[in-house]
Design a protein around this ligand. Structure first.
Ligand SMILES: C[S@@+](CC[C@H](N)C(=O)[O-])C[C@H]1O[C@@H](n2cnc3c(N)ncnc32)[C@H](O)[C@@H]1O
Length: 289
């Protein structure tokens, strides 16, 4: 309902312009580009940047930067650097002046440029207030960003890509964390102390399916079927649990955590809980994508 209201705001602005202004001026005011200029309220901007946990280490890109307020806030209040792009030359000039007036011209830059022709790979955070169709045209490029890149959108979603977090203070804002690509068959190797305490090599083949950040799958542990429990993916951080039930008298959960880097996952796992817990290393290599 709320989403519809704000989509209506865009349409209403264009509709009113058509009614009250001379034709040439009205045409200029409405859909000149993919999205009309409607600024995000400052409280919502701060919520978006808070949701994305922006820090001075971040490079924020505002796609369709309007009057520059998102990036200027990111620079002024969060110490970030960044780039805003907008097709509207007047808004870009206004943004450059506003950044200078705010004393952040070195950190908040603006270019008159099409967001679809912009290299977004340097971004650690992307901010957007775009229409749903434009978001969906962008989605493949967003999914190809470095795992862990945070995307925040004012009011509009990315269809079936469920947000990782949401805030609803005054307006809806959504956060997605770009997930690593982890679908496929992985060969894992690690060693565990055997009954006589000497290290014994083990292998797990892990077959993972993925829909954005949602992951499930199954495994074979030393050749036997094993369930993969509670798998979670956030950026390049993967975690899941497999029960080591090779020996019924000493079965225990194996809590895996690892970092995905291309076709390799490396990390640690804990065996068991409490004071009997032990910690080990593991490594997996993707055998089949
Ligand atoms: C809804 S406004 C958002 C402005 C700003 N990001 C904010 O949240 O306050 C969308 C902006 O996108 C710009 N825009 C539309 N299509 C664009 C495109 N293809 N490339 C770059 N900018 C575009 C418009 O000129 C407008 O300023």
């Amino acid at each position: 309902m709320r989403k519809l209201l704000f989509l209506n705001n865009f349409l209403l602005a264009a509709g009113l312009a058509l009614l009250v202004l001379p034709r040439a001026q009205a045409q200029q005011l409405q859909w000149q580009f993919d999205v009309p200029f409607v600024p995000t309220p400052y409280v919502v901007i701060e919520e978006m940047l808070r949701l994305a946990k922006v820090t001075p280490q971040d490079f924020v890109m505002d796609l369709g930067s309007g009057d520059g307020r998102v990036l200027i806030t990111a620079a002024k209040k969060f110490g970030a650097r960044g780039l805003g792009v907008d097709l509207d030359g007047d808004l870009v000039a206004e943004s450059v002046d506003a950044a200078a007036a705010a004393g952040v011209a070195e950190r908040a830059k603006f270019l008159q440029q099409d967001l679809f022709k912009t290299d977004i790979s340097p971004a650690t955070v992307i901010t957007m207030y775009l229409l749903p169709g434009v978001m969906m045209r962008l989605r493949p490029a967003l999914l190809n960003l470095k795992p862990g890149t945070r995307l925040v959108s004012h009011d509009f979603r990315l269809e079936d890509w469920i947000p990782d977090a949401t805030t609803q203070i005054r307006k809806n804002a959504f956060l997605w964390i770009v997930p690593a690509k982890i679908a496929g068959k992985w060969d894992m190797k690690f060693s565990l102390p055997g009954a006589d305490q000497s290290a014994t090599a083990h292998s797990i083949t892990l077959e993972l399916r993925q829909k954005f950040q949602e992951v499930d799958g199954f495994a074979r542990f030393d050749g036997r079927h094993a369930q993969v429990w509670e798998s979670r993916l956030s950026g390049d951080q993967l975690s899941f649990i497999i029960v080591d039930d090779r020996d019924r008298d000493s079965e225990a959960s194996l809590y895996f955590e690892g970092r995905v880097s291309g076709d390799v996952i490396e990390g640690r796992f804990r065996r068991g809980t409490g004071i009997t817990q032990t910690v080990h290393g593991w490594r997996a290599v993707r055998a089949v994508p």
